[in-house]
Design a protein around this ligand. Sequence first.
Ligand code: FEO
Ligand code: CA
Ligand code: CA
Ligand code: CA
Length: 673
Amino acid sequence: APTSDNLNTKLGFGAIDKSRADAVIVPAGYTASVIYALGDPLVAGLAAYGNLGNDSNYENRAGDHHDGMDFFAMGSDNARSATASDRGLLVMNHEATTDTTRSSHFLHLAGGTTTLPRPIAEVDKEVAIHGISVVEVKKTGANWGYVQASGFNRRFTALTEVDITGPARGDALLVTPYAPTGLVTRGTLNNCGSGRTPWGTYLSGEENWFQYYTRPAGDNAARGDKSVLALNRYGRAEGAASRHGWETAGADSKYARFNIAKTGASTDGSDDFRNEMNGMGYIVEVDPFDATSRAKKRSALGRFAHESAAFSKLVVGEPLAVYMGDDSRNEYIYKYVSTAVWSAADANAADRLATGAKYLDDGKLYVAQFNVDGTGTWIELALGNTAIDAAAYDFANAADVRINCRLAADAVGATKMDRPEWCATHPTSGEVYFTLTNNSNRTLATVDAANPRVYSDVRNAATVQSGNVNGHILRIKDGAGNAAAISFTWDIYLFGAEAGASAGFVNLSSLTGDQDFSSPDGLWFSPNTGICWIQTDDGAYTDATNCMMLAGIPGTVGDGGTKTLNYGGTPAVSVTTHVGKAPTADTLRRFLVGPKDCEITGICETPDGKTLFVNIQHPGEGTALADVVADNTAAYTSHWPANAGYGAGGATTARPRSATIVITKNDGGRIGS
Ligand code: FEO
Ligand code: CA
Ligand code: CA
Ligand code: CA
């Protein structure tokens, strides 16, 4: 177990500059190489990815838009290992696909068909590149690679049957033509952040799943008021159109269900897809070592736009807490607390998914309220809370509260945050960090202590943008009772900002050019070094640099005192917030910059801390649909990773691919040390 003695107290690499190159840049003394990209075959005998828009059999290939992931070390006996650092299973999310108008640009010959109906052959591919992959990776000599023929390799897609567990299992809201008793659902979608359970399974957060569904005009009249309230709150107002138009690809319900209406005149319910969307929006648990096991949607952890899931520090005999964010503007931070108390033997349980059921199917769900004085409260979301019982949305039962927990959180007055992305737990202090990536809707009318910024000046005040443009990283320390605490203290560890931005309102962490960043998103602590790895997904700063990853060595909640932002106006607006100690050159440095138009997301390492895996998501996503041709072209905005020597296509003309990279230190040391 990590102790504060063996964690790094300062960073040991040279900071790298911002970059607009179409390349992965890492510090001197480090090497980055590509090991697993979109379309790579996962079964023996399947052809290598051609990358010209005419590949097929994506159910047996790497998915697209690599996102959250974790590394599960494996010994030579093919069993879990606590120490093996040369072989293991990478489990990763494939969130989405690069598109501008319905079709997935790079999967099809000339960008695909953007009109309706969508061709079934195109939708077959687009559905299959979503979900999760399990892939064996190993080191041979000095080089890492993935193992194409491994029996552990598998894919979960938007068509894979998944079990619903916890309070929502079997509830009327989960009844669909596919699942007449509400026990299962079909597929997992928009898998974004990730988590790792103390019993060695993988957690995947379903994020923007609602975008995949069409809700036609006139649908309100075909539902009760409750259902309309819920759909409006979960991103599907009447008339909302799906992102890809999958529902138009033939009559088979596997695609027709993406129109969440009663689509025909049957009396047996076979064409009634009104509950389809209730099957998405969960934390999904996967056991990577059992290739025949089924994934579990853990409904007790609530249904929203999930990102990562971070566990509290383990204490034998105490409950486990799981911290989570809901990534939309003005959404909430949640905490789940298990009823079962931690038993150390469960770390090596024979049946990992049964252990998952023990801890993740029965517990309380809380939402966070942040107070101006630097304290906060976890408010339980359950029937019996008078605010929830009195809500306009008439909650039917405990299942309804978890399935529609956003409405319950509204009712109790939780704090609306600046888009909660990932969260992560510091390995020794147990404090929990949350990235709040940005919020263009934050205004003087809604500013609060935990979300205190309402504008950004860019390029040394040449341009003022409204909203919290660059995001911040907030952290909390649970109070008495630890995991089960209902009160906490908090502060803001870092504010994203350009180095030249105003010190009084924007660059509140005094970031220098070696440290400045925008829109923190992926977040993870190395248990080896204690380094806080910060990954960015930035829209505001991509004219100056591609997205990046930084290494931080933070202090503790409350170590920087308070800061007051006097915004003026009539009446004058003034916000006092609680901040962490400003970073120094030794405690925050830029470590990596990615290729063009990418996001950096997903990170894990081997047990020895000497190999780091990072995902590069959607390089070249700025490519215009009209520039996608039935061949290679220099017009793609990125040609990575072909230009780094990985896979088919010319270095200056290949289609870009999301991919996993592996980073090692040339002297064999721990990453970042
Ligand atoms: Fe999938 Fe919130 O990023
Ligand atoms: Ca994210
Ligand atoms: Ca993001
Ligand atoms: Ca993204």
